[in-house]
Unconditional design. Sequence first.
Length: 278
Amino acid sequence: GKVYSVDISNTASGFRARTAAVYMPPAALSDTPPELPVLVMLAGQPGNPDRVFSASGIAAILDQYAKAHHGLAPIVISPDQNGDNTVNSLCADTTKVGRAETYLTVDVPRWIKAHLPVSRQARDWAIGGFSQGGTCATQLGPRHPDIFGSIIAVGGELKPTAGSVEHMVAEYFNGDRSAYEAQVPANAIADHAPSNQIMILGAGKRDARSIKNVIVNGQAGVKAGMHVVKIVVPDTGHDWHSVNATLEAAVPWLCAHRWGLGETGLTWSDYPRIEVLQ
């Protein structure tokens, strides 16, 4: 496959995003590429789009998968959700940082569909991320089921956080508490229930806080009708090792059971680096 950088137009949002990164599997580089699944991946904060590829190992995971599946694998795009290392956009449309949600759910999908050989079906699209990027995935995925059929979040929080709730309501949402509450993942899940989305939530075993968040957000997903998988990665904490192990299992599983690219006989027990919580 090939990883390269690209500037994605912000026509709808006006959001000042940094350069995005893209992974194209071998099949996408052929003369007659098929319509492939899409994974939108968000780095943590501080962080930048390149961090997804330099730290998660996802390109190597997908190269290995493609090698065993006739060059087929998802296309991965890592857009910028914050605009700067020192900024937390909350992945929302706010008065403080700008229209990050519109950028990620209008501008980015529009660019992907215009420039890449991708499926147009929501079931073939996923949004994922680590830490603040994982929180964003559990906000945006449930709020936009017409775009994203699956969610992969590792080390995500129970709510978008940049200071106290009172500070965020005042500074980001112009005093509108309901606008902030709509961005809390459990609320977003409930507000858009029932859902047939798949939500895969991961955490390092030494990251007790994130494990608690996995359980809480997972319960909200189950209540809404989602297919929820809760993953714990032994010998890791709040780090990219937990992301790597989660993706190593989650992406082939989605390829097999959601996207029609691989063997449907795969189960979570086929991935020894993870534990699945019941």
